[in-house]
Design a protein around this ligand. Structure first.
Ligand SMILES: NC(=O)c1ccc[n+]([C@@H]2O[C@H](COP(=O)([O-])OP(=O)(O)OC[C@H]3O[C@@H](n4cnc5c(N)ncnc54)[C@H](OP(=O)(O)O)[C@@H]3O)[C@@H](O)[C@H]2O)c1
Length: 162
């Protein structure tokens, strides 16, 4: 019998060695990947760690923004703040069947065991950084889509039923 998990997607861009960030930001500028990010997140609830929120610096428009933080007094205009990942996901599911985890490294690592779909942008070039995407076990994932861009390959992975 296969176990049916509630849908949860993660969206991330990473280098060949898994770098996703450097010095509190993303160490590359790829307009085509920003379009891809917009396309896969628009209309969804997006869940992010407090540090990722700070690096973006504003709520993402046309998306429900949920920021995860242990700071109980944190208030951010245009965002909901959740004290842990579970409560963030529960809030998001009030309005969205497939919320998007949009980073950063801490949130990806926390959410990966529950994720059912990964939207990954694989950069071709290596870039130095200090935050990494968690290791993915290829046996648990099946590729459903692959699209080649300039210097980046967009891959969608679906979790295999257990
Ligand atoms: N390449 C990409 O696709 C991508 C996407 C997003 C972000 N990034 C990059 O990733 C980096 C940021 O990632 P990061 O790992 O440093 O930080 P992060 O995951 O964005 O945020 C970490 C913060 O989330 C909160 N948090 C983490 N675990 C928690 C838990 N169990 N319960 C409650 N709150 C929790 C804490 O906030 P408090 O300290 O407020 O408690 C923590 O400081 C930046 O460089 C950013 O640019 C890259």
């Amino acid at each position: 019998m296969t176990e049916k998990r509630a849908a949860l997607a993660m969206v991330a861009a990473l280098t060949p060695s898994g770098v996703i960030g450097a010095d509190g930001g993303i160490p590359w500028h790829l307009p085509e990947d920003m379009k891809h990010f917009r396309r896969v997140t628009l209309g969804h609830a997006v869940i992010m760690g407090r540090l990722t929120y700070e690096s973006i610096g504003r709520p993402l428009p046309k998306r429900r923004n949920i920021v995860v933080s242990r700071r109980l007094d944190l208030q951010i205009e245009g965002c909901e703040v959740a004290p842990d990942l579970e409560r963030a996901i529960a809030l998001a599911r009030d309005s969205d069947d497939e919320p998007r985890i949009i980073g950063g490294g801490q949130l990806y690592a926390l959410a990966l065991p529950q994720a059912t779909r990964l939207y990954l942008s694989y950069l071709e070039q290596e870039v130095a950084g200090d935050v990494y995407f968690p290791e993915i076990d290829p046996a648990q994932w099946r590729e459903s889509e692959r699209r080649q861009g300039e210097g980046v390959c967009w891959v969608t992975l679906e979790r295999r039923p257990v």
